[in-house]
Design a protein around this ligand. Structure first.
Ligand SMILES: [Zn+2]
Length: 132
């Protein structure tokens, strides 16, 4: 066991509008805290950038080595500016499908390199958190 292990690694967008809801959701579940990687677009650059020198992949690897999280939580959100916002999709169903597909790509990529279980979510502007 590493010197200080944590229960979870969370990857989500930097968007401030979701911070309060996410923080409540995550801190009630992981009372002792969690590692957080926060970057514009959430998983977007993780799957878009090549594996070599992939900044987000590197952050996840560091978390894995230092803290051995038991689970990875990938959280995308509604109206993400990195995807052109909700207006780029036309309707919520299309946006949900795209984000679901982004999350699945990220899950497949991470499964090739890590053994942790992976949970996927979309958080809505209302604060509702949808498990995908
Ligand atoms: Zn965003």
């Amino acid at each position: 066991m590493p010197e200080h292990a944590c229960k979870a690694l969370v990857l989500h967008c930097l968007d401030f509008r979701f911070r309060k809801s996410l923080s409540e959701f995550l801190s009630s579940r992981f009372k002792e805290g969690y590692d957080l990687v926060s970057a514009a677009g959430g998983v977007k650059l993780l799957i878009a950038d090549p594996p070599d020198g992939n900044f987000l992949l590197e952050q996840i690897r560091i978390s894995d080595e230092l803290h051995k999280p038991e689970v990875f939580l990938l959280i995308q959100h509604e109206d993400c500016g990195a995807y052109g916002g909700s207006k780029a999709f036309g309707d919520y169903q299309k946006e949900l499908e795209l984000q679901k597909s982004e999350l699945e790509k990220a899950e497949n990529l991470l499964k090739q390199q890590f053994s942790q279980s992976i949970e996927k979510y979309l958080i809505r502007l209302s604060g509702e958190i949808v498990s995908l």
